[in-house]
Design a protein around this ligand. Structure first.
Ligand code: HEC
Length: 290
C-alpha cells in the first residue's frame, strides 16, 4: 500500500511539473521570432467606436480615469469644431493613449478579479467548439503584449471569451456586471457591485399615453446617459438636455427629473474596453494575407 501511495505521489508531481513547464514554454514557443510581439501602441493604433462611446455615455467616470479625456473628442464633439481647429489633429493621439491605458488596466482587472477562473480564452480545435465560440485562432493571435502570459483560464464555468469583443453592447456589459442574473436568467456569475459608484442621473418617465397603450407603469423611468457626482451637476445636465429638445418633443421636458443612481466606475470602463477588445485584433501579416 505504501508503494502504491508513493507511485501516486510521484505521478502527481510529474503531471504538475509537466503542466508547469508547458505553461512556461508556450509563450516562448508560440511566437514566431521573426515577427516581434505587438506592443500596446500597435494594439491601440485603431480606436474602436465602442470605446469612444464610453466617453459620451459616462463622461464623469471617463474623465476620472483618463487624463487625455478632454483632448480625446467624440464624433459628436468633432462636429461642432471648425475644420482648421488644431484640436482635431490632437484628438486621435489622445484617444490612442487613453485606449492603450484602458486595455492594460482592463487586463489587470481581469486577472485580479480572477475572471480567468471561470472563463477561458482558447477555442479548442475539438468537439466542434468553433460552432459555439467562433473560429479557432492560431498562435499568431497570441503574439501580442496583452497575451503575455496567455490567459487561457483554468476551467469553463462560463463561456469562452476569445471572441467576446463587440458581441454585446457596452450597455449590456454595464447591466451584466451589476447583476448577471438579471440579464441572463439563471446566471451564476457573481455580481461585481464594487465596480459601481453612487451618483445622480437624469431620468425620464414613460409617456403616460404610451404606457396606457402598452400596459406599462407610467411611473417607470429610463435614464439618460451620464451619472454625475452631485445633484446640482445632474440638474445642470438636465437643463442642457431640456434646452436642446426640439419643439416636437416638448412633452419630454415635463417627464424629466433627477434621481440617485449607480453608474459604472472608471475601473469598469477599462474592464469593458478590454472585454470589447477580445478577438478583435489580427496580426498585420495575416491581415495582408486576407
Ligand atoms: C463563478 C464563475 C464566474 C466568474 C468568476 C466570472 N464569470 Fe463571467 N460568466 C459566468 C457564467 C456562468 C456566464 C454565463 C451566464 C451569463 O451570461 O451571466 C458568464 C458570462 C460572462 C460574459 C458574457 C458572455 C456572453 O455570453 O457574451 C462576460 C463578458 C463575462 N462573463 C465576463 C466576466 C468577467 C470580465 C469576469 C471577471 C470580472 C467574470 N466574467 C467572472 C461565470 C463567471
Amino acid at each position: 500500500m505504501d508503494r502504491f501511495g508513493s507511485v501516486i505521489l510521484v505521478a502527481g508531481l510529474a503531471c504538475f511539473a509537466f503542466a508547469f513547464l508547458l505553461s512556461g514554454l508556450y509563450p516562448y514557443m508560440i511566437t514566431d521570432h521573426a515577427v516581434p510581439a505587438a506592443t500596446i501602441e500597435d494594439l491601440a493604433s485603431y480606436v474602436p467606436a465602442d470605446f469612444k462611446a464610453l466617453k459620451d455615455a459616462y463622461p464623469v467616470s471617463f474623465a476620472q480615469r483618463f487624463s487625455q479625456a478632454e483632448a480625446a473628442l467624440t464624433p459628436r464633439e468633432l462636429v461642432s469644431l471648425d475644420a482648421s481647429d488644431p484640436r482635431r489633429g490632437q484628438s486621435e493621439a489622445a484617444w490612442q493613449a487613453a485606449y492603450a491605458e484602458a486595455l492594460i488596466q482592463g487586463r489587470n482587472l481581469y486577472i485580479s478579479e480572477v475572471c480567468w477562473h471561470c472563463h477561458s480564452q482558447y477555442v479548442r480545435p475539438v468537439a466542434n467548439e468553433s460552432l459555439r465560440f467562433g473560429p479557432v485562432l492560431t498562435s499568431d493571435h497570441d503574439n501580442n503584449v496583452l497575451q503575455q502570459p496567455v490567459l487561457w483560464g483554468t476551467r469553463r464555468v462560463g463561456p469562452d471569451l476569445t471572441h467576446e469583443g463587440r458581441l454585446r453592447s457596452n450597455d449590456w456589459h454595464v447591466a451584466h456586471f451589476f447583476n448577471p442574473a438579471e440579464v441572463t436568467p439563471g446566471s451564476i456569475m457573481p455580481r461585481y457591485t464594487w465596480f459601481y459608484r453612487e451618483g445622480w442621473q437624469v431620468m425620464r418617465r414613460i409617456d403616460p399615453g404610451k404606457a396606457d397603450r402598452t400596459g406599462l407603469d407610467p411611473e417607470r423611468a429610463y435614464g439618460y446617459p451620464g451619472v454625475w457626482e452631485t445633484k446640482a451637476e445632474a440638474e445642470a445636465a438636465m437643463a442642457q438636455i431640456k434646452a436642446s429638445l426640439p419643439s416636437t418633443l416638448a412633452g419630454e421636458a415635463e417627464r424629466m427629473f433627477v434621481a440617485e443612481a449607480e453608474g459604472p466606475s472608471s475601473d469598469l470602463l477599462s474592464l469593458i474596453a478590454y472585454v470589447q477588445w477580445l478577438g478583435t485584433w489580427t496580426p498585420p501579416h495575416l491581415e495582408q494575407a486576407q
